[in-house]
Design a protein around this ligand. Structure first.
Ligand SMILES: Nc1ncnc2c1ncn2[C@@H]1O[C@H](COP(=O)(O)OP(=O)(O)OP(=O)(O)O)[C@@H](O)[C@H]1O
Ligand SMILES: [Mg+2]
Length: 449
């Protein structure tokens, strides 16, 4: 006889009872002279000890012996929720796979989201990267704050869902209020701020930088601020307690209310105090920042800010880029986008990425002798705006700017005076084209991709 029962079946609750065996036989209509055995689907006999370890909802067989062949096929209910590492370690491979410095790329993901969120701002767009490393304010934190549209609690819930992209998400509880994704109209250099695609960037970035992320957001037209914390520690706790790791709570509160903030996170009080009077905003607060990252962010401040200024060059300086000397070449419309970086330490330091004068794009633009602009329409209706720049080899020297952050390509031994060898030396390992997707540099992407 084969049967499938649940661990919750009442017959099992009477283990230890003298009439136990008889009761079980009765429950399952097993003749009194017949022996039977309870086994799991991987054929482990469920004795008293094993019974205690059974999970609710387990599928068991009632058999004549442990190895009895199944006379009929059975179906077993299983659960395959991914491990929380899917979420918290997701960025690690991606950032390192391309051999680049990972932190500027991770911060850029958060800036991308802030650019998208501020796209419809009627007044200025402000994105602040705050490095709160002054220990008098509690543990170290990285905060990315924007004055964009914010998120409703439904949207905040969607933010947390790994790989829920904008193309498939339901952003309202009510079907009648759901709007579908509309691709923005073409604009010069594709500076459309529509920089999100996979539904992974924010989470990958946050857990690459630290091990806890608190999203604090207020959507337009709502009196409430919504907060959601995802943290490695919470995931671990839930896993130990056999709780659903992908369940959590959103805290809904009035702006400025920091009564829930603990003393180890005093810096949050400052962040929350500034909420009052704001129509909408989003703050991404990352803690558990590893010491190596803190060291890099402090010591290599100019390197990573230079890289961010390069990534967002056209958002910062407009479609024509940063022409330093010839005003006539500058863009007529300079976007009202301020990306501010503040290092709160001893001493504190603050800068606007617009002030960076040595990012690679600025160097390319200002050292080119000539440029050729072109536009290509793709078969799917996309547009590629392109610029070819001419950097001549002059007086025995390359005029192509050197990128100090990129390894120089080794000179091939039998290449002596060979032309391509000289070219490689100048370019290092960089590709000859740089690709900006929707106006934002995607480092290390080549044209074929
Ligand atoms: N600063 C923000 N302000 C408002 N909404 C935000 C903000 N950051 C994230 N969101 C919302 O959360 C969603 C998920 O963000 P996330 O960066 O994880 O993925 P994505 O931007 O959709 O795609 P990608 O993987 O390309 O970054 C965004 O699409 C956006 O709707
Ligand atoms: Mg994103």
């Amino acid at each position: 006889m084969v049967t499938e029962i649940s661990a919750e079946a009442p017959v099992l609750d009477r283990r230890g009872d003298q009439s136990d065996e008889a009761a079980r036989k009765k429950e399952f209509a097993v003749p009194s002279d017949q022996r039977f055995v309870l086994v799991t689907t991987d054929r482990t006999v469920v004795n008293d000890g094993k019974y205690k370890e059974l999970q609710d909802g387990s599928t068991l067989y009632l058999l004549q012996n442990k190895d009895q062949v199944l006379p009929v096929a059975t179906e077993e209910n299983i659960n395959f929720v991914p491990h929380y590492n899917t979420l918290i370690e997701s960025g690690t491979f991606e950032y390192f796979a391309e051999g680049q410095k990972s932190l500027p790329c991770a911060l850029a993901e958060l800036v991308d989201n802030a650019l998208s969120a501020t796209a419809k701002n009627t007044e200025g767009r402000t994105i602040e990267i705050q490095l709160l490393f002054d220990r008098t304010f509690g543990k170290p934190a990285v905060v990315v704050l924007d004055n964009g549209c914010g998120m409703t609690s439904k949207q905040l819930n969607n933010w947390a869902v790994y790989r829920l992209s904008k193309f498939m998400r339901e952003n309202s509880t009510f079907e009648s209020e759901r709007d579908t994704y509309v691709r923005p109209e073409p604009v010069p250099r594709s500076l459309n701020s529509d920089i999100s695609y996979f539904g992974v960037g924010g989470k990958q970035a946050a857990f690459h930088i630290g091990d806890s992320v608190r999203m604090i957001t207020k959507p337009i037209n709502s009196p409430d601020v919504h907060e959601l914390v995802l943290s490695k520690e919470e995931f671990q706790k839930k896993e130990q307690n056999k709780e659903d790791v992908f369940k959590g709570t959103i805290l809904n509160r009035k702006p400025g209310d920091y009564s829930h903030v603990t003393s180890s996170e005093r810096f949050l009080q400052e962040v929350i105090k500034e909420e009052t009077g704001k129509d909408s905003f989003t703050a991404v607060v990352i803690t558990g920042v590893c010491p190596e990252h803190i060291k890099y962010l402090k010591q290599d401040f100019s390197e990573w800010t230079r890289q961010l200024a390069h990534i967002y060059h056209y958002y910062i300086h407009g479609a024509n880029g940063n022409h330093k000397t010839d005003n006539s070449l500058r863009s007529n419309v300079i976007p009202q986008i301020d990306i501010l970086v503040t290092l709160r330490d001893k001493p504190s330091y603050s800068m606007n990425l617009r002030k960076v004068e040595d990012d690679m794009q600025t160097l390319y633009i200002n050292s080119a002798v000539d440029t050729f602009e072109f536009k290509v329409k793709t078969s799917e209706g996309g547009t590629v705006d392109g610029v070819l720049r001419y950097h001549p080899f002059l007086y025995d020297k390359e005029t192509y700017p050197k990128d100090l952050n990129v390894l120089q390509a080794p000179v091939e031994e039998d290449d002596d005076e060979n032309e391509s060898g000289t070219m490689n030396q100048a370019r290092g390992k960089r590709d000859i084209f740089e690709c900006f997707w929707n106006g934002r540099l995607i480092p290390y992407t080549t044209v074929s991709e």
